[in-house]
Design a protein around this ligand. Structure first.
Ligand code: HCA
Ligand code: CU
Length: 380
């Protein structure tokens, strides 16, 4: 799983999100932010999608970003001819291989698909540009068909082959099996793309890496067609838990929140409350038992260190579940010293209040200060 690469598709898959509209300036701002963050590749909408899409693709290629720039096209010479003129470092080619797509989308058989794939690949390669060939709806495609086309494109020298769970139907075990099988068939890199319709997109990405995939497609906050794909932040959370040093060395994790805010603003959504790493409660500890252990050693209940992501830990102190260790610690933060017995007594007061309604931090602080002041005036 180590040594994975991120193909960041906010500016391609993400543009397929219902709310997404990125003008040139916004695309450039997002591309710069992603490159600065450290993603390996930035994938852009096809230059044949519209005139402006083509111009934007060219403009982003000219920025000289650290990330390599890709565009995403149909398996078609008309598209390929335009793509290679944009200045991209690589082209991601995709064609539907499932019975559904063959019947209801392009209507082509496997022989035709293979032939046009070969033509497009040879052409893009002849321009000295990276090329990836992917099937669409891979998990509802015939396995023999898939493996034979991947074997053929691997032989003529694609940089990567791709698997896409276009409809979000795949499970981690199916992903593991398919990628494992494919790993035995091709020698090139393997890219995977997972939709999240049934909440599998992160687990599937992880399983793909375990099985030998090398590249994972992400988008910021997971935005994409329908409910989207593997979120960038989620994949990084997962991979940080697996190999912290590698992830820390490669990505500017403390910029994650800025990147997410940038995209959230651009597409007019809120960061979900329970978002990986950046959600409002991602590092909040509430129950007394948790708070006590966290104050003694954060690793007890945290596998992600908030400071590695530019975030901070928060110990909730205003609920009926709050324990005295948390109250004592809060008092210390306010420079008010309490004995254990006093902290316990005060905690009982706070729990009683919090049985009526949860207290805000301000409320707790007020009670705390009052209690402390009263200690100096025992007659009041
Ligand atoms: C789509 C295409 C795609 C392509 C994935 C890829 C998918 O929008 O339907 O090229 O890696 O999900 O199949 O996004
Ligand atoms: Cu997709």
């Amino acid at each position: 799983t180590s040594n994975f690469h991120i193909i960041e598709s906010t500016l391609r898959e993400g543009e397929q999100f219902a709310n997404a509209f990125f003008d040139t300036e916004k695309k450039i701002e997002i591309a710069r932010a992603l490159s600065d963050f450290g993603v390996d590749y930035i994938e852009l909408t096809s230059p044949v999608a519209s005139e402006q899409s083509r111009r934007d693709c060219e403009a982003i290629c000219k920025l000289g970003l650290k990330s390599k720039i890709l565009t995403h096209i149909r398996c078609h010479m008309d598209d390929a001819r335009v793509a290679v003129e944009t200045g991209v470092d690589g082209v991601d080619v995709v064609i539907g291989t499932s019975q559904y797509l063959r019947k209801y989308s392009h209507g082509k058989d496997m022989a035709y698909i293979t032939e046009s794939a070969m033509e497009v690949i040879e052409f893009v390669k002849s321009k000295g540009i990276e090329i990836r060939f992917s099937s669409e709806d891979s998990f509802r495609s015939d396995l023999v068909d898939l493996l034979s086309i991947y074997r053929a494109v691997d032989k003529i020298g694609v940089n990567r082959v791709g698997i896409a769970d276009t409809v979000g139907c795949a499970t981690p075990r199916q992903v593991y099996d398919l990628v494992r099988t494919l790993r035995g068939v091709v020698s090139c890199d393997i890219e995977c793309h997972f939709h999240n319709d049934t909440g599998m997109a992160i687990a599937n990405a992880y399983c793909a890496l375990e099985a030998g995939a090398t590249h994972i497609d992400t988008s910021v906050l997971g935005i994409g067609e329908r409910n989207g794909i593997t979120p960038l932040g989620a994949l990084l959370a997962r991979m940080y838990a697996t190999d912290r040093d590698y992830v820390l060395s490669k990505y500017k994790l403390n910029k994650l929140r800025d990147v997410e805010n940038l995209v959230a603003d651009a597409v007019e959504v809120q960061i979900p409350f329970n978002n990986y790493i950046t959600g409002m409660c991602a590092f909040t500890h509430k129950a007394g038992i948790h708070a006590k252990a966290i104050l003694a050693n954060p690793s007890t209940y945290e596998i992600l260190k908030p400071e590695d992501f530019g975030m901070s830990r928060y110990v909730h102190v205003g609920s009926r579940l709050t324990g005295w260790n948390a109250i004592k610690s809060r008092a210390e933060q306010l420079n008010l010293n309490l004995t254990d017995a006093q902290a316990k007594e005060l905690t009982a007061v706070i729990k009683k209040l919090a049985d009526v309604r949860t207290l805000a931090l301000d409320d707790v602080d007020r009670v705390l200060r009052q209690y402390h002041a009263d200690l100096g005036n025992p007659n009041i």
